[in-house]
Design a protein around this ligand. Structure first.
Ligand code: IPE
Ligand code: IPE
Ligand code: MG
Length: 248
């Protein structure tokens, strides 16, 4: 009797570690709810998980770490949760930057910075400036970030430049388009992790995720640990990336 081929990805040599790991940090609200706590308690615990994750990325020699902290759509949440989240961001920026700088972390922000209060925008600018000379880990925080808004903004800038006669639309290519995104100059993510069991991108890095490997973990973000990070890297290493080419 002929056997049915297994529907698993063919396994070759393990992949080298991902250069760029991006994480959709989801499940803070459910974590709090399960404990009878207000949602902000989940977000605070989530901020502690961010710390652990940065340490894990440093320990594994990951060069690029991008964290989805607040989406363009998250502004639709009730006003009290939005103000709790912005207060937490304000606190985080004040309390963590010095240590990040000491650990060789370079901080960048992607998203619509202008939607935040002026003091938060100033803290973000300071953090980017103070850490600009670091190169051990490139940490990017996505704040008021939405992939579609990012793509539209890039398209608008390019159309305006074309209307002024500064660029020839026929010569626009992928690299030219990507240079107008928030992520200009950054490598695409190799691995995208989402916690909380949801299996969707929720408008995260839509352009950049074209060939990312996706790992969905059944852990709520505040419980995310170095072990979960290692588990995702192990899963990633077992994948075969083809980029559309013939299987090897
Ligand atoms: C992720 O946790 C944090 C943000 C989106 C700001 P959630 O707040 O989405 O938690 P759940 O998904 O409701 O559990
Ligand atoms: C995605 O989580 C955004 C962040 C983790 C910052 P959401 O909780 O907002 O996504 P949906 O609403 O479940 O798709
Ligand atoms: Mg959520």
């Amino acid at each position: 009797m002929s056997s049915i081929p297994a529907l698993t990805a063919p396994r070759g040599d393990p992949l080298p570690p991902p250069a760029h790991v991006a994480i959709i940090m989801d499940g803070n609200g459910r974590w709090a709810q399960a404990r009878g706590l207000p949602r902000i308690a989940g977000h605070r615990a989530g901020a502690r998980a961010v710390r652990r994750t940065i340490e894990a990325a440093l320990a594994h020699g990951v060069r690029w770490l991008t964290l989805y902290a607040f989406s363009s759509e998250n502004w639709r949440r009730p006003q009290d949760e939005v103000s709790d989240l912005t207060a937490l961001l304000r606190h985080y920026l004040k309390s963590e930057i010095a240590e990040l700088a000491e650990n060789g972390v370079r901080l960048r922000m992607i998203g619509e910075a202008a939607r935040f209060a002026e003091d938060i925008q100033a803290s973000l600018r300071d953090a980017e400036r103070v850490t600009a000379g670091n190169a051990r880990l490139n940490l990017t925080i996505a704040l008021s970030y939405g992939g579609r808004a990012e793509i539209i903004a890039a398209a608008r800038r390019i159309a305006e430049a074309a209307a002024r006669g500064e660029i020839d639309p026929a010569r626009l290519d992928e690299a030219g388009f990507a240079s107008q995104l928030f992520t200009a100059g950054m490598p695409d993510p190799d691995l995208i992790i989402r916690t909380s069991g949801e299996r969707r991108l929720s408008n995260f890095l839509l352009w950049q995720a074209a060939y990312a490997e996706l790992v969905f973990l059944n852990v709520l973000w505040p419980d995310f640990s170095a072990d979960h990070f290692a588990e995702a890297l192990t899963d990633y290493a077992s994948r075969e990336r083809r980029f559309g080419a013939r299987p090897s």
